[in-house]
Design a protein around this ligand. Structure first.
Ligand code: FUB
Length: 304
């Protein structure tokens, strides 16, 4: 609707709303959160489940929201649609993650079996354009290409020395360096080993705390969010446990962790709206805390 109004009136139309607990967005179904903090604003990049589908994902665009207080939100017009990636015959707008680098914004997205693409924009609000005209990574870049959706769920981490890394995967977790131009990989793809106590399903997200790398990911099925910790970004990672059990009627969940105004925020999705299903999901956000030993305090299930 925002898109239609924007095209009709020729200026940017945004929608303001307040969140009252979880899910934070209730007027549409959102999934696969990725967050970017810039100044006093948290930008939430989200997947978009089309309402009412019970039998599989129908995801055609990505959505963008912003907030300065986690309560008052602005929805921006969709900055990226699956049609931007002409090579993505799947037409599925799966999980993505956007980062800022060299004054530009790079949005890495999965398209199910067609691979991972990267779109670029001069502005955080887009529009984002396919940077390569082809996928950045495909199943051929995954050691485990036995199933067609091995190459999904990209997330980027830019380390303190400026080196950017892309992690992704389903069933196996991968990592590769990105060149400074952010649209080419550098060196070999490596596999991050996760032990079977909390097996890796998908949706990796790396953040750093007290000099250690925390790899958060969706584990098992139905999914829970587990985490593992390492001294080096490529591992070895030691599995630590579960942060969050899924609640509210969805088989999948998907983590994003950022520090916003001094508070760690844990963002994920569940099926928590009354209309929620595994294919009609909703983004939820919670404060996250560490224990003195660096472990993360479990976050109770979030439902409506
Ligand atoms: O939203 C489609 C897929 O479901 C994502 O790529 C996975 O992480 C899971 O959330």
């Amino acid at each position: 609707e925002l898109q239609r109004l924007q095209e009709k009136w020729g200026y940017v139309v945004t929608y303001q709303f307040e969140s009252h607990g979880n899910p934070i967005i209730r007027h549409m179904h959102t999934a696969d959160p990725a967050a970017l903090v810039k100044g006093d604003t948290l930008w939430l990049f989200a997947g978009h489940d089309l309402n009412g589908n019970q039998n599989g994902y129908v995801m055609k665009d990505w959505q963008l929201f912003s907030t300065t207080d986690m309560k008052h939100w602005t929805q921006h017009p969709s900055p990226l649609k699956i049609d931007e990636f002409k090579w993505a015959e799947s037409k599925q707008a799966y999980a993505g993650h956007a980062v800022e680098r060299n004054g530009k914004y790079y949005w890495y997205v999965s398209t199910n079996w067609c691979g991972i693409g990267v779109a670029v924009s001069d502005k955080i609000t887009g529009p984002y354009k396919d940077a390569l005209g082809k996928p950045l990574l495909t199943n051929k870049d995954c050691f485990d290409s036995r199933h067609s959706w091995a190459c999904i769920d990209p997330a980027v981490f830019i380390d303190d020395d400026g080196q950017a890394y892309l992690t992704w995967g389903n069933r196996e977790c991968y990592i590769v360096k990105l060149k400074d131009n952010m649209i080419e990989t550098e060196g070999e793809v490596k596999r991050i080993h996760i032990d079977e106590s909390h097996p890796f399903t998908e949706a990796p997200w790396i953040h750093k705390y007290n000099g250690k790398y925390y790899l958060t990911y969706a584990s098992e099925w139905p999914e829970k969010i587990a985490y593992a910790v390492a001294d080096h970004i490529e591992g070895p990672y030691e599995t630590k446990g579960i942060i969050s059990e899924i609640a509210g009627n969805s088989n999948t969940t998907h983590p994003a962790i950022v520090n916003f105004k001094g508070q760690w925020i844990f963002i994920s999705h569940n099926g928590g709206l009354p209309t929620g299903t595994s294919y009609s999901r909703s983004i939820v956000a919670e404060p996250m805390e560490y224990n003195a030993d660096g472990s993360i305090k479990p976050i109770p299930p979030t439902a409506e």
